[in-house]
Design a protein around this ligand. Structure first.
Ligand SMILES: *Cc1c(COP(=O)(O)O)cnc(C)c1O
Length: 485
């Protein structure tokens, strides 16, 4: 660590603040309340500002560099959205205000629900879940409520493809289901034959990701949904990869019953570090009664007495699974997603996906000769390579990822999906220029060459960062979390 700690910068007697003049009689504090040995750093305001600003600049962020973290859709977040979210009418309202005083906010929620319904082809939308995984939980609770409503208590199994994100089986399990894995076929699709054999009246549904985590479109999607529906199951679609399909394919038309969107991924609201997200959940007409309460709604007829509450929160939903979070979800995230949708419009949204897919295929073609491509077919918004050729030379995917840091890039997602050995999952998004993609290609090719000629160099990366290669196992088992002078 080359950065000094605040404690190490301390200089006895130096202060960064001035207390106001005493305007009451001076009195001694009780002796027992005095703390004489309080080892706080003593610094000027200038030094503190300098220190923390320097630390903040050590962060890698979407605003400072290319961030191709597969499945996370780390696209640029236009600053206009922040400005809109800070409008006093949005930022200063309180969840307990009466509906008549927050009509604009309710209108925004209502219209956002409508836009998301149109994009997904699924008419019922809840904005309440605060993360993708939370949207999954909401969706699977709806699946469960639907089966129980139909007296179908024997459905205890949920099918999950082996390429799925870990939150899928975790969610099914949290809802009390037994998780059964479906294999992928040699082209990276759900194995339709195996699905047919596994599908029976004990299965509540299939949790499908489309395009899947290999970045590949499910080629037999209609057959898959038909097999599941014929046996009485429902299709849950993990919509985290929606950045590939905006304005191109409607998941509802492909047979999806329930889907979550990650507003913080696809609809460009900042995320990472556990920051606020939104896992809006969309469902078919048939499942709409089960949505969490409340749902933003609009009165059909504007009666004179109701003129001030054209938009309202609908709590009268007897079949609802109930609220899934406090109040209405992360409203600020909704404002940013709404601003994104309104500024792009229908055509702009389609271009988002077209360019995301184009960028990913460009990287796929440029890197194909350098890294093993386990599923050699055009991808959608991301591509998945295997570092197994490099692993044979003693350079593993983790080394490639660390070396990219030295070369100025955030690493891709690594070792996921689990079905690809030494996986490198690259998602460039639509917001990167050709120059940036080319610079990344140059870096990845350089690393492939280094793996052959200078494996030690790659294995020892990163070298240029304040913290170099960590012993991750020891860090996890014996974390050193305390400053020791
Ligand atoms: C990100 C992601 C999730 C989970 O979303 P969170 O918002 O992180 O909870 C689920 N599935 C896939 C495929 C994802 O990429």
């Amino acid at each position: 660590m080359t950065e000094p700690l605040l404690f190490e910068l301390s200089s006895p007697g130096r202060v960064g603040c001035r207390l106001p003049e005493l305007d009451v009689p001076e009195t001694a504090l009780p002796e027992k309340s005095l703390r004489r040995e309080l080892p706080l750093p003593e610094l000027s305001e200038r030094e503190v500002a300098q220190h923390f600003t320097r630390l903040s600049q050590l962060n890698f962020s979407v605003d400072t560099g290319f961030y191709p973290l597969g499945s996370c859709t780390m696209k640029y977040n236009p600053k206009l959205h922040e400005e809109v979210a800070r409008f006093p009418g949005f930022a200063h309202i309180h969840p307990w205000q009466s509906e008549s005083t927050v009509q604009g906010a309710l209108q925004l929620m209502y219209e956002l629900q409508e836009y998301l319904a149109e994009i997904t082809g699924l008419p019922g939308v809840s904005l309440q879940p605060v993360a993708g995984a939370h949207g999954e939980l909401t969706g699977m609770l709806i699946v469960r409520a639907y089966h129980l409503e139909h007296g179908d208590e024997g459905r205890t199994v949920v099918l999950v493809p082996d390429s799925a994100h870990g939150t899928n089986p975790a969610t099914a399990s949290m809802c009390g289901y037994e998780v059964v894995t479906v294999s992928s076929d040699p082209r990276g699709n759900t194995d339709v034959g195996e699905l047919g054999r596994l599908m029976d009246e004990t299965v509540a549904g299939l949790m499908l990701t489309n395009p899947n985590t290999l970045g590949l479109f499910e080629e037999h999607i209609l057959q898959v949904t038909e097999i599941v529906h014929e046996a009485g199951g429902l299709i849950y679609c993990d919509g985290a990869n929606m950045n590939a399909l905006l304005g191109i394919a409607s998941t509802g038309e492909l047979g999806t019953d329930v889907l979550h969107l990650n507003l913080h991924k696809t609809f460009s609201t900042p995320h990472g570090g556990g920051g606020p997200g939104a896992g809006a959940t969309a469902v078919t007409e048939e499942l709409t009664p089960f949505l969490p309460t409340p749902v933003a709604a609009r009165r059909e007829e504007r009666e004179s007495t109701a003129a001030l509450t054209e938009y309202y929160l609908d709590y009268e939903r007897p079949h609802s699974i109930g609220p899934v979070s406090g109040f209405y979800g992360n409203f600020g995230v909704m404002v940013k997603a709404y601003a994104y949708l309104r500024s792009l419009g229908e055509r702009g949204l389609r271009e988002v996906s077209e360019n995301a897919v184009l960028n990913a295929n460009y990287l796929l073609e440029q890197l194909k000769g350098y890294y093993h491509l386990p599923y050699d077919r055009p991808c959608l918004h991301e591509c998945v390579f295997s570092g197994k050729a490099q692993a044979n030379l003693g350079v593993h995917t983790v080394d490639i990822a660390k070396r990219l840091i030295d070369l100025g890039f955030h690493p891709p997602t690594v070792y996921f999906p689990l079905i690809v050995d030494e996986a490198l999952m690259i998602e460039p998004t639509e917001t990167e220029s050709l120059e940036t993609l080319d610079a990344f290609v140059t870096a990845m090719r350089q690393i492939a060459r280094e793996a052959e000629s200078e494996p030690e160099l790659v294995r020892g990366a990163p070298r240029t960062t304040p913290v170099t290669r960590l012993d991750e196992a020891t860090a996890a088992r014996k974390p050193n979390l305390k400053w020791q002078g």
